[in-house]
Design a protein around this ligand. Sequence first.
Ligand SMILES: Nc1ncnc2c1ncn2[C@@H]1O[C@H](COP(=O)(O)OP(=O)(O)OP(=O)(O)O)[C@@H](O)[C@H]1O
Ligand SMILES: O=P(O)(O)OC[C@H]1O[C@H](OP(=O)(O)OP(=O)(O)O)[C@H](O)[C@@H]1O
Ligand SMILES: [Mg+2]
Length: 285
Amino acid sequence: MSKLKIAVQKSGRLHEDSMKILKDVGISIDNGKDQLKASARNFPLEVFYLRNGDIPQYLRDGVVDAAIIGENVLIEKGQDIAIIEKLGFSTCKVSVAVPKSFKYKCISDLQGKRIATSYPNTVNQFLKSNEVEANLHIINGSVEIAPNIGLADAIVDIVSSGSTLFKNNLKEVEVILKSEAVLAASPLISEENQAILDRLQFRFQSVLKGRQSKYVLLNAPDEKLNDIIKILPGMKSPTVLPLAEKGWSSIHSVINKNEFWEIIDELKANGAQGILVCPIDNMVI
Ligand SMILES: Nc1ncnc2c1ncn2[C@@H]1O[C@H](COP(=O)(O)OP(=O)(O)OP(=O)(O)O)[C@@H](O)[C@H]1O
Ligand SMILES: O=P(O)(O)OC[C@H]1O[C@H](OP(=O)(O)OP(=O)(O)O)[C@H](O)[C@@H]1O
Ligand SMILES: [Mg+2]
């Protein structure tokens, strides 16, 4: 039987969360230390542990059928490769930063400057679309050090918390793109493996929806039910069950994680009691 070949980062920022989402969709992987390839025990899947930066070429050549990869790397090296699902982790930006002392006003201040980066294609495209010409210094890591050692006037690199910029006396002045981990597919995937990828993507979607949501249970006096139901949309509408105590009901619903505290405050203000909030592993709609 055919197996889907999926690439994940061997080690680094994406590795742990990539393995976690595979685990959360119920896939167990025999993962011996230092193995570059491993098979799933309960799903037709082979996992290849690769460098994030090498993955676009493996996808393009059809060496792997799919990958979990940083969107920023696809923008840099794989614009021909399809993103089929955004995965919501490893969120970051690719930004322009300059020394704090640089009196930066707008993009044209980069004209003729030296820019250090590991993302030359992204930078060139950004400069071209803004009609600015600059000199690129391509380096593979520790880009933020470049202005301090006199190698560059500006940098383009990944920014997340901003602490690396801060420690190196730099400030972010332009956000070129926003990125997160994505599921990408090879243009050469076979029909048989596409069907396996569809099953995997469906599982990913149900885990991602679950991660976005919370299950809420609460008690309320019956005369408050209508007000509370208006606050809680639920997947269809909230479930309402009578409590043993007369005049009271238990209400169950699903809420979006981002609206969580606002909804809880509103529920309390409308007479809800004994509010329980539970995580959701999977949501199959
Ligand atoms: N500080 C960060 N916060 C959030 N996400 C990040 C951060 N740094 C990098 N990423 C994301 O994780 C991906 C992998 O970054 P990481 O630094 O682990 O590997 P890399 O050096 O780019 O790649 P390789 O695996 O080729 O060595 C990046 O492409 C980006 O999408
Ligand atoms: O805004 P922050 O939260 O400080 O994150 C940004 C830093 O994180 C990444 O480096 P990483 O730690 O992955 O090291 P690397 O250069 O070895 O990849 C990136 O290259 C930045 O340097
Ligand atoms: Mg890094």
